[in-house]
Write a protein that binds this ligand. Structure first.
Ligand code: FES
Length: 285
C-alpha cells in the first residue's frame, strides 16, 4: 500500500512537471499583442517600391565603399554602411499576457502547495499503526475484567477500536487438540490465545464484509446481510460465507489483553467445529 502511494505521488509530480514545461515551451519567445500590432502597422506603412529603392541605393553605396576600400588596401567594416546590428529584445517590450501569468500562477500553486500536502496525507493514511489505531497492537483492558463481563452477560466483549469481539474459548485438552488441526498447528493456537481460553474475532463477515452482530438467543454470531451464521468461537455453521470469522493474534503480558490487529488469521474452513456448540435458542436472522 505504501509503495502504491509513493508511486502515485511520483506520477503526479511528473505530470505537474510536464505541464509546467509544456506551458513554458508554448509561451516562451512570443511577442505580446501590442508589439505584434505595432509591427503590422509599421509594415503596412512602407510600400514595396520604397523598400526596393532603399535597398538598391544601400547596395550601391556598399559596393562603392568596398571597391574604394579594396583599391586603398583597407578592409571594409560591417555596420559602417547602415547594416543594423542585432540586439536582444527587451523583456518588458515582449511582456507576459494576463492569461500566461494566470496559467503559470495556477501551476505553481498546484505544484508547490497541493502535491506535497496530498502526498503527506496519503502516506499518513496508508501507513498503519504508529498512532495505535486499527492495524497496530491495541490494549483493550484487563483480562480479568473482560472475562467477568463475558461470563456475567453471556455475550462477547466488544472492543470497537480493535473491531473485535473477544469470546471465551474452552481449554479442554481434546478441544485444544482439535484446534491444533483446525488452525494449522499449536503455534497458531498459542498466537491466537486459544490455549489461554480466549479468542479475538474480527467483526467483519468473510462473505461480503458486513459487521456480524451477536445473537443473544441463539448464542451465535448471525449476519443480517445474507444469513451466514457462526458459533460462539466464530466457526461457520450456516449461510454463504466461504469460511469462519477471521481472528487476531493477542498478547496477554501484564494481565492486559492486547489485540494485534496487524496480525490476522483467516477463519477456519467450512466444516470446522472444535467446540460442538449447538444453537441455544431461536435464531435472530
Ligand atoms: S456479508 Fe455476511 S452473509 Fe453476506
Amino acid at each position: 500500500m505504501i509503495i502504491f502511494g509513493i508511486i502515485a505521488i511520483f506520477i503526479l509530480a511528473i505530470v505537474a512537471l510536464l505541464a509546467i514545461t509544456a506551458t513554458r515551451r508554448t509561451t516562451q519567445g512570443r511577442l505580446s499583442r501590442e508589439t505584434r500590432s505595432r509591427d503590422a502597422a509599421a509594415h503596412a506603412s512602407s510600400s514595396s517600391t520604397e523598400l526596393e529603392a532603399t535597398a538598391t541605393a544601400e547596395g550601391r553605396a556598399r559596393s562603392e565603399e568596398s571597391q574604394g576600400a579594396a583599391a586603398a588596401g583597407v578592409p571594409a567594416l560591417r555596420g559602417e554602411t547602415g547594416v543594423t546590428t542585432w540586439t536582444p529584445a527587451d523583456e518588458e517590450e515582449l511582456g507576459v499576457s494576463r492569461r500566461q501569468f494566470l496559467n503559470r500562477a495556477n501551476l505553481s500553486v498546484i505544484g508547490i502547495g497541493t502535491l506535497p500536502v496530498f502526498g503527506v496525507s496519503l502516506i499518513a493514511f496508508l501507513y498503519p499503526g504508529k498512532a495505535g489505531g486499527f492495524g497496530a497492537p491495541i490494549n483493550i483492558g484487563k483480562i480479568s475484567d473482560i472475562i467477568d463481563f463475558i461470563t456475567n452477560n453471556k455475550q462477547p466483549f466488544y472492543a470497537a477500536q480493535a473491531r473485535t469481539y473477544v469470546q471465551l474459548y474452552p481449554t479442554d485438552d481434546n478441544i485444544l487438540q482439535n484446534a491444533g488441526s483446525a488452525y494449522e498447528g499449536p503455534d497458531n493456537v498459542a498466537a491466537m490465545g486459544l490455549d489461554q481460553g480466549l479468542v479475538a474475532l474480527f467483526q467483519t463477515c468473510p462473505h461480503l464484509g458486513c459487521r456480524v452482530p451477536w445473537c443473544a438467543s441463539s448464542q451465535w454470531f448471525e449476519c443480517p446481510c445474507h444469513g451466514s451464521k457462526y458459533n460462539k468461537v466464530g466457526e461457520k455453521k450456516d449461510g454463504p460465507a466461504p469460511r469462519g470469522m477471521d481472528r487476531f493474534a493477542i498478547d496477554t503480558a501484564g494481565g492486559n489483553l492486547t489485540v494485534l490487529t496487524g496480525t490476522r488469521y483467516q477463519g477456519p474452513p467450512i466444516g470446522t467445529d472444535t467446540t460442538g456448540q449447538k444453537p441455544e435458542g431461536p435464531a435472530c436472522v
